[in-house]
Design a protein around this ligand. Structure first.
Ligand code: HOZ
Length: 464
């Protein structure tokens, strides 16, 4: 049967707009995904896999992707008119929620003056200054268009600066889809169980040393063996692409000490953690400074952006000052820069991160209590407003332990929540994000529905 003719009908508690402008649970109605299914069939004919990024497909959780028409605060609205409380938040950028009035206003105002100039602007200087003030290890910064570009460029710079070729990365960490980094990567690569990517010649990853996350001894050994050939260590200071895996304190400190000792550039990929776990990112939270930092996501307030920066003497090797070439037609795009400035300003309001922490902590604690009360073995890793519920008793400290999670259970949980109006990442190996638009109302509703879904999963278990 053609999937377009399948109408997935489920009971969904609808939500309605309140005086505060957001949405709250209302009556129970019947909804379907027929328009999404129809669009998916059309998309399959003209877009590989029907999606513009693999993690958007529902391959590992079953069903078809939901086609989104709008976002409002903590909610997504789809083409069939269903509403979902959104914990994907565009994979991290939307820390203020969807269509935040100040961000929209800034983008519209910028658009009226033109969408791209391919020339220097005052606002990009302002954003660069804001970045250097937020992350004190960044003395100079270059804006690019995505996290992939940021890390790819930072590695080129580290190689150019040190004159060395080898790089160290960690299993399950994902740094975008640049060739040398597609080795035992997280995110979609982990979701689809691909050890590496076809199309990446072995020679390109030959200089990539892949080690276990949080394994300080492994790093010591690799550096003692290859020390003077290693240009950089690139790491997600909180892993977010194998699900959330926090670093041990010793891990980051050890990386810092070893890099100092051996003249290696320490690159923190803060594309997810930047402005997420603290205004100054993981470096502020853990008190460990990187030599270079990669940013993206929140920095663009939902528009395409990336940035890489670091110590002045390192960044001065970048063209036109130095010999390392890196460029981009749309880099420093005025709309993205305007959205970024508006977002960073909102994040500096007093108490912003404390409020976010309270909301996220409540979700984590009560979700874990509910699951354990129902005898469903789970382990929730959380750092600030990013978290992952693993279906394993845990602990989850690296990629191998993340993979002990029962992904079939995650798929059941995902589908049950989707059918009840809660949109989670369609993969176990991703983070859930809480935004400032998630209030107690959304958390209450999410917990109530999680309890229903987890209880139904336990019933299925006991029947089988
Ligand atoms: N880093 C994001 C997922 N963890 C990227 C989203 C994508 O690949 O589409």
């Amino acid at each position: 049967m053609a999937a377009s003719s399948i109408s997935i009908v489920c009971t969904l508690r609808y939500v309605d707009r309140t005086a505060s402008g957001w949405y709250t649970p209302r009556s129970v109605i019947r909804v379907n995904f027929s328009r999404s299914n129809e669009l998916y069939q059309r998309a399959l004919r003209v877009i590989p896999g029907g999606v513009n990024s693999p993690v958007r497909a529902f391959k590992s959780v079953g069903g078809n992707p939901v086609f989104i028409s709008r976002g409002e605060g903590a909610y997504l609205l789809d083409e069939d008119g269903n509403r979902f409380i959104d914990y994907v938040c565009s994979w991290g950028p939307l820390i203020l929620g969807h269509a935040h009035p100040k961000v929209i206003e800034a983008v519209c105002e910028a658009a009226r003056h033109g969408t791209s100039f391919g020339a220097a602007t005052a606002r990009e200087v302002e954003l660069a200054e804001m970045i250097t003030q937020a992350v004190s290890s960044i003395e100079k910064v270059r804006l690019v268009n995505s996290g992939t570009e940021a890390v790819m460029s930072a590695i080129r710079v580290a190689r150019g600066y040190t004159g060395r070729t080898k790089i160290i990365k960690f299993e399950g960490c994902y740094h975008g889809h640049a060739d040398p980094l597609l080795a035992k990567a997280g995110s979609g690569v982990a979701t689809f169980g691909l050890p590496d990517s076809a199309g990446v010649p072995a020679g390109v990853t030959a200089d990539t040393i892949v080690l276990r996350y949080n394994d300080t001894e492994g790093v010591r050994q690799a550096i003692s063996q290859y020390g003077n050939e290693i240009a950089c260590v690139v790491v997600e200071p909180v892993a977010g692409n194998m699900g959330v895996v926090p670093p041990t304190k010793e891990f980051l400190t050890c990386l810092r000490e070893l890099c100092d000792k051996h003249g290696i550039v320490l690159i923190f990929d803060e594309v997810i953690t930047g402005f997420r776990v603290a205004f100054g990112g993981a470096q502020e939270l853990f008190g460990v400074r990187a030599d270079m930092t990669c940013l993206g996501k929140i920095l663009g307030g939902g528009l395409p952006v990336g940035a890489y920066g670091g110590k002045r003497e390192i960044m001065d090797v970048v063209a036109p000052t130095g010999p390392v070439y890196q460029a981009g037609t749309l880099s420093g795009n005025p709309l993205a820069v305007a959205a970024g400035i508006a977002t960073l300003r909102a994040l500096q309001e007093p108490g912003f991160y404390q409020r976010l922490e309270r909301t996220a902590a409540r979700l984590e604690q009560e979700l874990t209590t509910i699951a354990r009360g129902l005898d469903v073995p789970v382990h929730c890793n959380r750092v600030g407003s990013m978290m992952t519920l693993f279906f394993t008793p845990g602990p989850v400290t690296d990629y191998a332990s993340a993979r002990t999670s029962d992904t079939n259970r995650y798929a059941q949980f995902f589908r049950g929540m989707l059918e009840r109006g809660v949109y989670l990442a369609p993969s176990q190996f991703e983070a859930a994000f809480v935004s400032a638009a998630h209030s107690d109302t959304e958390i209450d509703y999410t917990l109530e529905k999680a309890a229903e879904v987890l209880a139904s999963m336990r019933e299925i278990d006991s029947e089988s």
